[in-house]
Design a protein around this ligand. Structure first.
Ligand SMILES: NC(=O)c1ccc[n+]([C@@H]2O[C@H](COP(=O)([O-])OP(=O)(O)OC[C@H]3O[C@@H](n4cnc5c(N)ncnc54)[C@H](O)[C@@H]3O)[C@@H](O)[C@H]2O)c1
Ligand SMILES: [Zn+2]
Length: 388
């Protein structure tokens, strides 16, 4: 547990039924022109309609930047940032998943023309915010709307790298479950497990603290109780809103604590093999947490109590039994969502092993947060587990 800790959050967060309707009051009279960042999938799902209507009613001019790539590399992110600079907008509205929000955050701290995204990779502290951001997440999700991180792939390193800068903390957030109505089950499932990974990793991190624990625990509880309905039933708006809230809380936990070995070992799978972020985390979550169990038993038992609400009545159970039940239930949920569980589904076999081990062990920023140290042999064992 850290000796000192802090809590950072966006300035204003709105949720609940019809929350998108707040856009007008948030923007009217405050902003002249909004650059709306999104991607083709979100646009084609018709998710821009309401935000655009609201901005129009508020008398805010709009420029839409629609061609944001999924899980961008640093050069693709730079192109979008350059396009944004031509717009003269004084507000950025991001409507989309983590891919869209991460680029929007980079644009908000580089609007003056510098630094470049590659400069930020070297020296993340350089950028200063000059344009406010309104984040409207449509996957539930990365929690990017609550973090000061932006994650880009670095092609020559075949890795994904997190740029962390306080100035990227979003200013306003709207969590509206109606946006997730047509989110394909496949994406809802993997992005939802990404949020669960954030919660469980932050709760078991060397950087865990009272602030992050509060948010991580409640995020995990909400996800255990809502992810299946949110993925299976398009009409389950309440479950979807709960997933957005959970993803947001898990993002708050990331800012206060930090993710661990699941995300570390997952980065080369995204950076080199372009496996979606949520899918690679879903593959690694259970193997890594089973590996971590001897060092994190107490935390798992505590999570079990929070999720089941059985704490006191079930005091006959040992910490070990509770930890085991938690991990079993987590495994059942992940299996029920039918997310690919083996790298073989992506044509990746044993020939990739040594490179993965080397690249995964290089993500020291996150591995240092893992309670149980991961040796070369351990990393090999964990990657082998997801090659079966
Ligand atoms: N900054 C952070 O704190 C943080 C944390 C975790 C992950 N990330 C990053 O976020 C990115 C992944 O983001 P993601 O998992 O949200 O996915 P994503 O943004 O890449 O979106 C995945 C796909 O879903 C589609 N989509 C999104 N919402 C939809 C909706 N409601 N209906 C229909 N289609 C929809 C998109 O068009 C896209 O094709 C990765 O680059 C990852 O590294 C960032
Ligand atoms: Zn993640």
């Amino acid at each position: 547990m850290l000796e000192q800790y802090s809590l950072s959050m966006p300035g204003a967060v709105y949720s609940g039924k019809g929350a998108l309707g707040r856009i007008r009051e948030l923007t009217e009279g405050r902003f002249k022109r909004a650059a709306v960042f999104t991607d083709r999938g979100v646009e084609q799902a018709g998710l821009l309609k309401l935000p655009m209507e609201q901005l129009k009613k508020a008398g805010v001019d709009t420029v839409v930047i629609t061609d944001l790539p999924a899980e961008p590399d640093c050069d693709a992110a730079q192109e979008i940032v350059d396009t944004f600079r031509q717009t003269g907008a004084d507000l950025i509205v991001a409507v989309g998943g983590g891919s869209v929000m991460d680029v929007a955050k980079l644009a908000s701290i580089t609007a003056g023309g510098a630094p470049s995204v590659r400069e930020l990779l070297e020296n993340p502290g350089l950028g200063r915010k000059s344009v406010q951001t309104l984040m409207i997440p449509t996957t539930g999700g990365t929690g990017s709307e609550a973090t000061m991180n932006s994650i880009v792939a670095v092609p020559e390193r075949q890795l994904k790298v997190g740029i962390v800068n306080r100035e990227m903390m979003p200013d306003m957030v709207i969590l509206d479950g109606s946006l997730l109505k047509h989110l394909p089950k496949k994406i809802a499932a993997s992005t939802g497990i990404d949020a669960l990974a954030h919660a469980v990793e932050c709760f078991t991190s060397n950087k865990a603290n009272p602030f992050s624990n509060l948010f991580a625990k409640e995020a995990a509880r909400l996800i255990f109780h809502n992810i299946q309905a949110a993925c299976e039933d398009p009409e389950a708006e309440e479950a979807k809103t709960n997933m957005l809230i959970a993803a947001f809380y898990a993002g708050v936990a990331i800012s206060a604590s930090g993710t661990t070995a699941v995300h570390a070992l997952s980065y080369p799978l995204g950076g080199k093999y372009h496996i979606p972020h949520g899918v690679s985390n879903a593959m690694l979550l259970l193997p890594v947490m089973r590996f971590n169990e001897p060092a994190c038993r107490k935390e798992f038992a505590e999570l079990y109590d929070a999720i089941t609400g059985e704490g006191i009545e079930d005091s006959a159970m040992t910490e070990e039994e509770k930890a085991d039940k938690l991990l079993n239930r987590m495994g059942e949920i992940i299996r029920s969502l039918e997310i690919p569980s083996s790298l073989s589904a992506f044509g990746i076999g044993a020939e990739a092993l040594e490179e993965l081990v080397e690249a995964g062990l290089d993500v020291k920023r996150l591995l240092n947060n893992n309670k149980r140290e991961i040796s070369c042999e351990d990393a090999r064992g964990l990657y082998l587990e997801i090659m079966r």
